[in-house]
Design a binder for this molecule. Structure first.
Ligand code: PEP
Ligand code: MN
Length: 340
């Protein structure tokens, strides 16, 4: 349920609404101060008469029940698109935002050269994994804090903000010192303690879709982060498990318009992990942009043949530049509805 209040409501009126919500055991108010109105989300199991009770309070314009199990992430709660702003870069606006870089941070030369190349080609955000979730415990699992330091160096050299994955609750504080966006990987999408932990941050969080997660499960993962008070959430479609073995996962392009219908959160696409093959990255990236994606997450490596992780799906600098030209061409002709 959401309580819509006039923007000019007095602090006492807002307090009155919050107190009334809190007077019901198990209910919690969450206030979002919008441009045109104040919205108070009521979190918890809603008693039947609450709507009538709250509608009478001063300052309240309307009380709207939310039918979806995810509330704060739903389009019902927030009819306009949300925008997440990272160092001046707007994710969720009409222009697709490109996040690019290697799968894993390997060394300074690799990181800085990639950062410079992707920036020159038009990427606005630098990716690189320092804590790597790997299917095999014997694979390269990332450089950890040393990797975060190299991301910092690459940021200092280029000015590009950083997106990097956090895998464990105990690393959230450290990763948040380096990252401009914290990434929750597909395998951790239902790690509820981790979602709670990043929900306490005041920093953007990108929640990748779990390998076999439904839209509802995915949006509920976003809801965890938002219920903690962090409304800077971005979603990322990265392919789901299907029966086909040729591609690494199966890119669900329809997820992009579906999520835009169900939620106000920005959604980006990852054609690298979904396909697993470098020559499929560009066509799938273009399909995602045409479908309305607010951005792309793309793996780029100076020398994919010797990459410590995900070389087969990584683009060379030249291929990334070629992709960028086409992305802008497709983005130029699409019409992303401001509101679905
Ligand atoms: C990644 O983006 O580095 C990654 C591991 O992706 P995913 O969690 O989608 O597999
Ligand atoms: Mn990877």
């Amino acid at each position: 349920m959401i309580v819509i209040m006039a923007k000019e409501s007095s602090p006492a009126e807002l307090e009155g609404v919050k107190n009334r919500i809190e007077s019901h055991p198990g209910l919690r108010p969450q206030v979002f101060d919008g441009v045109e109105r104040i919205v108070v989300g009521v979190l918890g199991s809603i008693p039947p008469d609450l709507k009538d009770e709250i509608e009478l309070l001063p300052g309240v314009i309307e009380v709207v029940p939310i039918s979806k199990p995810y509330k704060l992430a739903s389009r019902e709660f927030h009819p306009d698109n949300s925008r997440v702003v990272v160092n001046g870069v707007v994710i969720g606006g009409p222009e697709p935002v490109i996040m690019a870089g290697p799968c894993s941070v390997e060394d300074e030369e690799q990181m800085v050269s990639t950062a410079k190349a992707v920036k020159a080609a038009g990427a606005q955000i630098l990716r690189g994994g320092a804590f790597k979730p790997r299917s095999s415990p014997y694979s390269f699992r990332g450089m950890g804090i040393e990797g975060l330091e190299l991301l910092k160096t690459a940021k200092q050299e280029t000015g590009l903000p950083i997106i990097t994955e956090v895998m464990a609750v105990e690393d959230v504080e450290t990763v948040a010192k380096y990252a401009d966006i914290l990434q929750i990987g597909a395998r951790n999408m239902q790690n509820y303690n981790l979602l709670d932990a990043v929900g306490e941050l005041k920093k953007p969080v990108m929640v990748k879709r779990g390998l076999a997660a439904s839209y509802e499960e995915w949006l509920l993962a976003a809801e965890y982060v938002m219920a903690g008070g962090n409304d800077q959430v971005i979603l990322c479609e990265r392919g789901v498990r299907g029966f086909e073995q040729f591609t690494r996962f199966t890119m669900d392009v329809a997820a992009i318009p579906v999520i835009q219908r169900l939620s106000h959160l920005p959604i980006v696409a990852d054609p690298s992990h979904s396909t697993g093959k470098w020559y499929l990255v560009t066509p799938v990236a273009l399909a995602a942009v045409a479908a309305g994606a607010h951005g792309l997450l793309i793996e780029v490596h100076p020398n994919p043949d010797i990459a410590k992780c995900d070389g087969p799906q990584s683009l060379t600098f030249a291929n990334f530049s070629a992709l960028m030209e086409q992305v802008h061409a497709v983005a130029g002709v699409r019409k992303v509805p401001a509101q679905v």
